[in-house]
Design a protein around this ligand. Structure first.
Ligand code: ATP
Ligand code: MG
Length: 393
């Protein structure tokens, strides 16, 4: 095994002042969680400004990198040689060993970049760069120094331990999940909402999800597809509590009582109301949807305003300004696309009108909803109470 340790660099969480340790601890927790999917045993530790992952015994390198790439908050993953021997001659030896193993064909240009976080260290960084550079040249005469555009930047960090690395694999960025409150994702079986959930989780927000199904109009298989999507998003967002709400009676009631061209909007308003009630119960502070302006009749600006009219919580719509292809690109990157395009019916498409309103008037919609007043509160209450709750991860 070439590497036993990884240096984890984070970007934004480094700027959080006194709360920094909370961010670091959340990041360590998420790293440990992600590594549970990988064979092997790993120690995750921290030192000011740095997090280390150390493999205790055998492991699969690719699996570890894949797992770390799902952890929000990681800016860079650097496979490294780490030594507790800080004496300069030992550092030199370790660096030469690093080059010997990592770059077996040594026809390369390089530069040494030394940092002393340990300011008591007797050798200054400049001096280290020169001495270490010379040692590399002497040991491996095929290598050449290039201070401007080296092919290999040999980083040597003297801290409580010494870290030697040159490769930097990009992480997903963002902030560790659990550092920014919790929000409720309206998760359908489509392409957009899983992407929306991913994007908000990336900012450190923990996620729960709600799915509205309409049996027997929508099948068990359509529901399973949503569970599968929740699991895929959970690879990044951590375990997701999914609330499955039976929406059939409410949908039929709206269908019977309200003008058909307003059906979708009214239905969407009830979805938002119910999602909000469940969100409040679950201590979520916001809702998340996959809406994007103009994508369908229910997402014109007028329709979005009519839907939003019933929301008192903030509604996050992270893909609001994205073109479909931009959303598809992200869904492919996070591996939800193939699942999203499976052809199962969606509760919004079952009762859809031939000519839905595209410019709903909020007052007209409110007036139409009056026709539901006899039973809708009880039906909403029942839908919330009889929901099915499951953990997806
Ligand atoms: P998606 O690809 O996310 O399904 P869409 O293009 O199909 O989006 P709509 O069906 O209008 O668009 O839905 C808009 C948003 O409303 C979705 O992104 C999702 O957040 C929410 N939503 C729609 N249907 C459901 C449902 N059955 N359960 C939960 N949320 C839903
Ligand atoms: Mg949809």
């Amino acid at each position: 095994m070439l590497y036993q340790s990884f240096l984890i660099k984070y970007a934004e969480i480094g700027t959080k002042g006194k709360n920094r340790y909370l961010f670091e601890d959340a990041l360590m927790k998420q790293i440990r969680h992600a590594l549970k999917t990988v064979d092997g045993s790993f120690a995750v530790t921290k030192e000011i400004g740095r997090i280390y992952v150390k493999a205790e015994g055998d492991y699969d390198y690719e699996d570890v990198i894949e797992a770390l790439k799902t952890v929000f908050g990681i800016a860079w993953i650097c496979p490294m040689f780490q030594t507790g021997e800080k004496e300069f001659e030992s550092v030199k030896k370790e660096l030469l060993e690093y080059v010997r193993q990592v770059y077996p064909s040594r026809d390369l240009t390089f530069k040494v970049d030394s940092r002393r976080a340990d300011k008591n260290y007797p050798v200054y960084s400049e001096q280290m760069n020169r001495d270490l550079g010379e040692a590399v040249l002497k040991a491996y005469p095929e290598m050449k120094v290039d201070v401007h555009q080296p092919q290999v930047m040999l980083h040597v960090e003297v801290r409580n331990v010494v870290n030697i690395y040159s490769q930097m694999i990009p992480g997903p960025g963002g902030m560790p999940v659990g550092t920014n409150g919790k929000a409720m994702l309206l998760l359908s079986g489509g392409i957009d909402s899983p992407v929306a959930g991913y994007m908000i989780a990336k900012r450190g927000v923990k996620i729960e999800a709600v799915y509205f199904h309409a049996p027997p109009y929508t099948s068990e298989r359509a529901k399973q597809k949503v569970v599968d999507l929740a699991k895929l998003v959970a690879r990044y967002a951590g375990p997701i509590r999914l609330h499955v709400v039976n929406f059939t009676d409410i949908q039929l009631y709206i269908y019977e009582q309200c003008p058909h061209e307003e059906l979708t909007i009214i239905m969407r308003r009830y979805m938002m109301r119910i999602a909000q009630a469940i969100a409040e119960e679950s201590e979520c502070l916001a809702l998340i949807t996959g809406e994007s302006i103009g994508q369908v009749a229910s997402q014109t600006v007028q329709s979005l305003a009519a839907t939003n009219d019933v929301c008192t919580m903030p509604v996050f719509r992270p893909v609001i300004g994205f073109d479909k292809q931009e959303i598809v690109d992200i869904s492919e990157k996070i591996n939800t696309y193939e699942t999203s395009i499976q052809p199962y019916e969606d509760c919004c498409t079952i009762f859809v009108a031939k000519h839905p309103v595209t410019k709903p008037n909020i007052r007209t919609i409110r007036y139409s909803e009056e026709k539901l007043k006899e039973n809708i509160d009880q039906m909403t209450k029942t839908a919330i109470e009889t929901r099915e709750v499951m953990m997806c991860w």
